[in-house]
Design a protein around this ligand. Structure first.
Ligand code: NAG
Ligand code: NAG
Length: 505
């Protein structure tokens, strides 16, 4: 019962101070301990003890354990909406105050802190390292993404874009709720394997319904790779990502994150829970977790603690991390899990670049993220930088969250409307990337929407190819190509046998 021992030692430490507030908290803490103690007396007691030294630790056991050490957020409220309060990271200065709009009663804060202490205390035991790397094959690297259902088309575009820059890194595509047809279908069976990607059903936990917000944390733990580049399905690299693993900042930290457009929205209450001083706002921006590089060997515990936050995410830790601001609340979990565990991490300081903006009546948001190695080198030269704008900074990853670069989303957004390029003119695009990146993306969208469409899950649009073709024709028409040239391009892009062309860049 290491966890209860820890409660006791926390109480002993408290006992030495007798201020009225301390005494009140002591009484509260005692009640919490008593409640948890009585819950341990039930059937779960045997499991909890067994879990202390399991021969083969299982994630299901960990999930059961963290259910016991759940946070106490009944009184958690946002007394204001973070959305209109949050500031761009470029606007953060030394004077910027951290937003503090999350209310939590002293009793709940103390109980949540004790529960968090128990989880962190337990994670220091070595069998959790075994647990975190149970699925891992030593010295392997690869990419993890989450697909399935309507994400399948996006993942195919993503993989084909990836293969222009990296031919080898294996990919695990986790499918949260796959059916037989999906797992045995042509995509999982033939098209993904041809791109060195494998469909992996996200394991089910008996008696536990995993929320979609926990998929990412869960997939990372289930991946067989030791060094992982996680990518959201709407994200792809435009440099060879294999190089990230062999260079700083990954080699010294084992965890690399990228910034969001926005300041850190983490509530000061969270820092009380983890017993750490509140970070200055100038430390770095809030995270944008569409891409994560993580070592399971060095950060297994970070992944387990992030899973804890994810399991108790919705309307719980999400509020504490995001205070109602933009984005889903899990984006800052990994940085802060590492912080709570005193493990190193690096977050890129180079400001994210917005791609697109408003085109006609539609708004596009692609988030272009910078090369981590270049950023690290610049950071060494200017260590106090919260955010940095280097015009010549090399873009390494594109997280195109809106519109999603999948046939279905493109049609939804654009069909029957005036179409233009998303990221500026062809000349501007070539100037920025050295080649026509938007055209390359379109070729893969057409490959999926016209070539692979018949293998996509049945609910996909049957007229997908026709609609996409009319949209792309309009785009190409704007580039002043002749009708013959346009038809040739369409024919070649949609050929299901077309190999990915590795760009000579
Ligand atoms: C950032 O600062 C600019 C200029 O001071 C201001 O116009 C803008 O409203 C601020 N925006 C946000 C979201 O912080
Ligand atoms: C589309 O074509 C028009 C006319 O040639 C040009 O002025 C405009 O810049 C083009 N738009 C884009 C986004 O390429």
């Amino acid at each position: 019962m290491a966890s209860l021992g820890r409660y006791t030692s926390i109480l002993k430490a408290r006992n030495k101070q007798y201020s009225p507030l301390r005494l009140l908290l002591l009484v509260v803490a005692f009640c919490v301990v008593y409640q948890i103690w009585t819950s341990f007396q039930h059937d779960t007691l045997a499991d909890a003890i067994n879990f202390a030294h399991p021969a083969e630790p299982e994630l299901a056991d960990y999930l059961e354990f963290i259910q016991l050490a759940h946070p106490h957020f009944k009184s958690l409220r946002l007394h204001n909406d973070g959305l209109d309060k949050m500031r761009f990271v470029a606007n953060v200065t030394k004077e910027t105050q951290r937003l503090d709009i999350c209310e939590l009663s002293a009793v709940d804060l103390e109980a949540t802190r004790l529960a968090h202490d128990v989880v962190v205390g337990s994670l220091s035991q070595s069998h959790y390292d075994v647990l975190a790397s149970a699925a891992t094959k030593p010295s392997t690297r690869g990419i993890v993404t989450i697909g399935g259902d309507t994400f399948t088309g996006q993942v195919l575009v993503q993989l084909r874009m990836l293969r222009r820059f990296n031919a080898e890194l294996p990919v695990e595509v986790f499918l949260p709720e796959p059916d037989e047809a999906e797992l045995k279908g042509h995509i999982c069976h033939t098209l993904f394997p041809a791109l060195n990607a494998r469909c992996v059903p996200l394991p089910k936990v008996p008696g536990h319904k995993l929320s979609r917000f926990a998929y990412k944390a869960f997939a990372l733990l289930h991946s067989t790779f030791e060094d992982i580049l996680f990518l959201d399905a709407d994200n792809f690299p435009i440099v060879d990502p294999n190089a990230f693993f062999d260079a700083e900042p990954y080699t010294s930290t084992g965890l690399v994150m990228w910034p969001d457009f926005w300041e850190s929205m983490v509530s000061p209450k969270y820092y009380e829970i983890i017993h750490k001083p509140v970070d200055p706002m100038t430390l770095h921006a809030g995270s944008e977790s569409g891409q994560i590089i993580v070592s399971k060997k060095r950060h297994g515990r970070t992944l387990l603690l992030a899973l804890y936050y994810s399991i108790f995410g919705e309307k719980q830790y999400f509020y504490l991390f995001n205070q109602g601001g933009h984005g889903e609340g899990d984006k800052d979990f990994w940085v802060h899990a590492a912080k709570a565990l005193d493990l190193p991490y690096y977050q890129v300081r180079e400001a994210t670049v917005e791609m697109g903006g408003q085109v006609m009546e539609w708004y596009y948001v692609g988030i272009a993220q910078s090369h981590p190695g270049d950023d690290y080198a610049r950071q060494l030269k200017a260590p106090d930088t919260t955010t940095r704008v280097t015009p010549e900074a090399k873009i390494a990853l594109i997280h195109h969250s809106w519109t999603k670069l999948s046939p279905a989303f493109m049609i939804l957004q654009r069909y029957n409307r005036v179409w233009e390029r998303m990221w500026g003119t062809q000349a501007q695009t070539i100037e920025k990337y050295g080649y026509d990146l938007e055209d390359e993306v379109w070729q893969e969208v057409m490959y999926v929407g016209c070539g692979a469409v018949r293998f996509l899950p049945a609910k996909e649009d049957r007229e997908q190819c026709e609609k996409l073709t009319s949209i792309w024709k309009a785009v190409l028409g704007n580039d002043t190509l002749s009708t013959t040239e346009i038809n040739q391009k369409i024919e070649s892009a949609t050929d299901i046998k077309r190999k990915v062309r590795l760009l000579d860049i």
